[in-house]
Design a protein around this ligand. Structure first.
Ligand SMILES: CC(=O)SCCNC(=O)CCNC(=O)[C@H](O)C(C)(C)COP(=O)(O)OP(=O)(O)OC[C@H]1O[C@@H](n2cnc3c(N)ncnc32)[C@H](O)[C@@H]1OP(=O)(O)O
Ligand SMILES: CC(=O)C(=O)O
Length: 526
């Protein structure tokens, strides 16, 4: 179990799921909880039992299906309704019956919310805090309180906000997490208020921030600097509106920048994998620029950066990416210098350090093609073919040559569209003519090419077209626009991306298909 001196409290399954577009099944929530436990967080807030059948079922199934190694489960809910005893409130009963050892109660700390949202008076609101906490503590639960709108309430009526915190402590709450519910605070405001609460109450203070001012992580750190010992956040920054404090960023900053060991180093090294695994479950495309764990977090594009990285990766990286389970990547583009090419070559298994002329030639070729619309950073396989051809001669990537190709699109009498492609190629001394049909011209061309080569290269049977993206590039003044096609191909083990840029969309697709098949053959050969 995690240390009680400092809490990392995850709210992905509750506040995180308040994000627009997220609606996980119970099985999804159980899977996410297991991933979070892998990060060794101290607490996982599983949801709000009693508020909806799914969350109630989550807590029920968690008792038999979740074997958490590190985290304790917390059930979230609100204080009793105005005018009702906590012991008689059905939502409080659902918390009691959830089986969770921790109960986190959201309670209002802002006079206007008490007046307008609760429609009650300030004294009764304090009774709602006191009664609910006292009742749940008497029932043997450890109670945390989320003081909703604490910071806005504190600015409006400091005395009342502090009185709320004192009431929770007197009633037996283990801690009060101060919430920047509207997410509009700045770090100095958070730091000052937290310091004041710690100086004027005996509460253990936690922090719960939203990202509406873009400061959720900074605000969480400011609170911790001011003495908070419990931090709440959500995986990948999920949450209502602009999201919650990103738990991964908070944890990495605490551990790597503030020297606080909040999770074991081995768990931190799993963080990138866990972030992406959770994205898989939520079906939200991972944010590539996410600090620490994003795909682009350690991706280097500029030539000057790459040239320094060659000497020492620390020169352009704030940490060693391996510490959080991420990797350094070097991108090849029009902004590349020779160092990008050399480093990228090294990553692909080619030692270019002794061949300055080849590196210069490849750099020039990349820049020239990029000026015509290529984008090699999105097409590693096309870059590797270029590299291989420059280093080992064009024959090294020439498994076949194309004599001609053509494709027709036909609308049938019943309104369907079918495409038929014919390719004429030369391979291993043979001239081969093949046709292929498909639901579109790209599909038909792909089929025809594989048909033509299939006998000579049986490995091609494993390849499949995984993704196809098209972008129309603006033409310069007086020139036609160009089409950039990116194709992703897989062989069941790995995927690779190739590019084609032409004025004609089908021609661009054909170039990308030829590169995709050629790369597949190169891999099979090696
Ligand atoms: C800041 C946060 O993110 S807190 C978490 C917010 N999350 C959610 O709201 C998701 C789950 N919520 C729900 O499923 C529902 O809102 C429920 C089940 C909690 C309540 O549903 P309903 O009974 O239909 O009420 P409704 O949602 O319309 O309004 C909320 C009620 O709770 C009251 N309330 C709000 N906060 C609190 C609180 N901290 N303590 C006690 N009562 C509260 C409101 O005054 C309102 O009361 P009313 O029904 O007498 O007008
Ligand atoms: C409790 C909570 O989620 C908030 O105040 O933002």
């Amino acid at each position: 179990m995690a240390s009680d001196d400092f809490h990392v409290y995850d709210t992905t399954l509750r506040d995180g799921m308040q994000q627009e577009g997220l609606s996980p099944s119970v099985a999804d929530k159980l899977a996410i909880a297991r991933h979070l436990d892998g990060l060794a967080v101290g607490f996982i807030e599983g949801g709000w039992p009693g508020a909806n059948p799914k969350d109630t079922e989550f807590f029920k199934r968690a008792q038999t299906e979740l074997d958490l190694k590190h985290a304790q489960l917390a059930a979230f809910g609100m204080t009793r309704r105005s005018g009702v005893k906590a012991a008689d409130d059905p939502l409080v009963a659902a918390l009691r019956e959830s089986g969770a050892p921790i109960v986190t109660i959201v309670a209002k700390a802002h006079p206007r919310h008490v007046d307008l949202a609760l429609k009650t008076d300030l004294r009764e609101n304090l009774e709602m805090w006191r009664d609910t906490v006292t009742h749940l503590v008497a029932e043997g639960r450890r109670v945390f309180v989320d003081a909703e709108h604490f910071f806005d309430g504190y600015l409006l009526d400091r005395e009342y906000a502090l009185e709320c915190v004192r009431t929770a402590v007197e009633a037996g709450a283990s801690l009060v997490a101060l919430c920047d519910t509207n997410g509009g605070m700045l770090p100095n405001q958070i730091g000052d208020a937290v310091a004041d609460v710690i100086a004027t109450t005996s509460a253990r203070v936690g922090i719960h921030c939203h990202d509406d001012s873009g400061c959720a992580v900074a605000n969480s750190l400011a609170a911790i600097d001011a003495g908070a010992t419990h931090v709440q956040g959500a995986a990948n920054g999920y949450g209502e509106r602009t999201g919650n404090a990103n738990l991964f960023t908070v944890v990495a900053n605490l551990q790597l920048k503030k020297g606080r060991k909040v999770v074991p180093d081995e768990a931190l090294a799993e963080m990138t994998r866990i972030a992406h695994a959770i994205s898989e479950v939520t079906n939200v495309v991972p944010y590539s620029k996410q600090p620490y764990v994003g795909f682009s977090a350690f991706a280097h594009k500029a030539g000057i950066h790459a040239s320094a990285l060659k000497a020492d990766p620390d020169l352009y990286q704030h940490i060693d990416p391996a510490v959080v389970g991420n990797d350094m990547r070097v991108l090849v583009s029009e902004m590349a210098g020779r160092s990008n090419i050399e480093l990228k070559g090294r990553q692909l298994g080619y030692d270019l350090s002794a061949d300055r002329d080849a590196v210069a030639r490849i750099t020039e070729r990349v820049k020239e093609l990029e000026s015509r619309g290529h984008s090699f950073e999105a097409a590693d396989a096309s870059f590797e073919l270029l590299l291989c051809s420059e280093l080992e001669g064009p024959q090294s990537t020439e498994f076949f040559t194309v004599e001609t190709w053509r494709v027709i699109v036909e609308q049938t009498a019943d309104g369907r569209h079918v495409s038929e492609a014919t390719v004429k190629i030369h391979a291993k001394g043979e001239r081969i003519i093949a046709t292929g049909e498909g639901n579109g011209p790209v599909n038909a061309l792909d089929t025809a090419l594989r048909q033509a080569l299939g006998q000579l290269y049986p490995d091609l049977a494993r390849l499949e077209l995984v993704d196809y993206k098209v972008r129309i590039l603006e033409g310069d003044h007086g020139t036609a626009s160009r089409t950039r096609v990116l194709i992703e191909t897989g062989n069941g083990e790995d995927n690779w991306s190739t590019i084609g840029v032409e004025e004609n969309i089908v021609a661009a697709s054909w170039t990308a298909i030829v590169d995709a098949v050629t790369y597949g053959l190169l891999r099979a050969q090696r």
